[in-house]
Design a protein around this ligand. Sequence first.
Ligand code: 5GP
Ligand code: ZN
Length: 137
Amino acid sequence: MADCLFCNIRDGKIPSVTVYEDAYVFAFLDSNPVNPGHTLVAPKIHCRRMSETDNAMLAQLVAAAKKLGDAVCAAMGASAYNFMTNNGADAGQVVMHLHFHLIPRFSGDGHRMWKGTPYAEGEMEKIGKMIKKTVGV
Ligand code: 5GP
Ligand code: ZN
């Protein structure tokens, strides 16, 4: 996609610091990291979100992230990492080329990804039923 930022990074048309590449996946440092070493892992084939890619490609992405998660932690001296994606604009996706964030974490770094609120009485069971229906289980 000519006007896609990450396709242009993949093609070297926009400078980036690449940390990993194979036949399916490329990974580079986020230019505005949550913590140093924050890495973006993306498929080489352009797609916008999870539902547009196939399971084989997702397996390649997760396998690359597994390898990279350990590498990023070892390089940065991090004890843990978050592995997540913003899937769609309302979830915070800004760059519409599927990517996973790999964020090295340090004890006491203070980052909170989200804040939970408990369900009201009976609500969890009701919502569980709704989702089971749409997932086809
Ligand atoms: P999203 O919100 O779409 O999940 O995340 C997009 C990420 O891309 C953000 O964390 C942002 O900092 C990063 N980003 C945006 N523009 C660039 C860029 O030109 N180069 C690099 N390396 N990262 C970028
Ligand atoms: Zn793209």
